[in-house]
Design a protein around this ligand. Structure first.
Ligand SMILES: C[S@@+](CC[C@H](N)C(=O)[O-])C[C@H]1O[C@@H](n2cnc3c(N)ncnc32)[C@H](O)[C@@H]1O
Length: 360
């Protein structure tokens, strides 16, 4: 049937209007002509655009979530923490460029580069920043531990492929060290330690133990600590906090607080705020790769600022000492061959805090 457009309406306006009349629910007071008609038409067009806009936002949000590997903190599906495992290989790969004891050997044995190949962003400037940031993180923890010379009992959770336990127990100086992580990764770690020391006369390492535990499970933490007698302990949490949701961070904080209340000692925690600015495209690429492949975003748990992080731990009954990665710049090996300028390194490391937390 031929349709004649009303005066002042283009054909497409008219068609849109007819479509809306068919589409919209009854009772909208549609007026067929004159000023009211124009008024209703513009209201209808506005509503139509708002509907399209809502549909667009809904569709693009679902697509974006998939690309980012989704954070499940708002969903009911369980979070599979083992999936964070490959990031431990990535960190091991970054540390293999440094002079951290055993870092190169460990990375070679586990074939860290191969395991982490889908996570690594191949860009020289980005890699230079990662090497410096991760060597500094490790050495900052070591430097803070030295401020507690009376403590010689340690729990590292998560241990991942950290070499700290091997290095600290290497000379049998009375230090006792328990490495904790989730069972699968801890089994790999144990195997690698055996392989690393099998050719030496130090293959027996009674001072270095392995105890599967989640930081979210107090009983497991307590069991791990029972390997260390009654003395004060240092608990080291390097590279996990930024993956946790607010609820998980609260559980972890309560658990370690309860443990240290029983045992005395200190909790050393890193990764409290974002390392890179949101507009750093290579860091964004890395974050997206990690999110997609592990299902965990490495910035979920980042506090907006160091002072916000401080307030969080104080709320759970800790006193907070704030040390910065920039304090260890002089000890870094990756800065020597790095293409980064001194000022750039300072700017990268100064905002990064390592907290030493004691029960108040
Ligand atoms: C980025 S790696 C850091 C490992 C190590 N601290 C390092 O610096 O090399 C993260 C580690 O967290 C471990 N992890 C994930 N969820 C955990 C949990 N709930 N409790 C203990 N460890 C966990 C993973 O298995 C992985 O080894």
């Amino acid at each position: 049937m031929k349709h004649n457009c009303k005066m002042g309406y283009t054909n497409s306006q008219c068609c849109l209007e007819r479509a809306l009349v068919l589409y919209l629910p009854c009772g909208l007071g549609y007026s067929p002509s004159g000023f009211q008609r124009k008024l209703h038409l513009s209201v209808l067009i506005e509503k139509c655009f708002s509907l399209i806009n809502r549909i667009y936002k809904w569709v693009s949000n679902s697509i974006r979530k998939k690309e980012m590997g989704f954070n499940k903190e708002n969903s009911n599906s369980p979070r599979i923490y083992e999936n964070i495992g490959p990031t431990a290989a990535l960190v091991s790969y970054y540390r293999s460029f440094s002079d951290i004891p055993f870092a190169r050997q460990v990375s070679d044995i586990i074939q860290a580069k191969e395991i982490a190949k889908n996570l690594i962003v191949n860009d020289d400037a980005h890699l230079a920043r990662m090497l410096v940031a991760f060597e500094a993180r490790f050495k900052s923890v070591d430097s803070v531990l030295k401020k507690y010379p009376h403590i010689n009992r340690f729990i590292e959770i998560p241990a991942g492929f950290s070499t700290r336990g091997m290095a600290m127990t290497a000379d049998n100086s009375g230090i006792k060290y328990v490495e904790c992580d989730l069972p699968a990764i801890l089994r790999e770690k144990q195997k690698l330690v055996v392989e690393l020391f099998s050719s030496t006369n130090k293959s027996e390492k009674p001072d270095l133990r392995f105890c599967p535990a989640s930081i979210l499970d107090f009983d497991q933490l307590r069991l791990a600590a029972s390997n260390l007698g009654e003395e004060p302990i240092a608990v080291i949490t390097e590279g996990l906090f930024s993956y946790l949701t607010p609820q998980e961070k609260a559980v972890a904080a309560k658990n370690i607080h309860a443990l240290l209340k029983e045992r005395k000692g200190v909790w050393i925690v890193t990764d409290l705020t974002r390392i890179f600015k949101p507009n750093d495209s290579k860091a964004t690429e890395l974050r997206e790769r990690i999110s997609t492949q592990t299902g965990f975003s490495p910035i979920t748990g980042c506090f907006a600022s160091v002072s916000e992080a401080k307030k969080f731990f104080e709320h759970f009954g800790f006193t907070v000492r704030d040390y910065r990665r920039s304090e260890v710049i002089a000890s870094l090996s990756t800065t020597k061959t790095s293409m980064l300028k001194e000022r750039e390194i300072e700017k990268l490391l100064e905002p990064q805090a390592t907290f030493a937390l004691e029960v108040r």
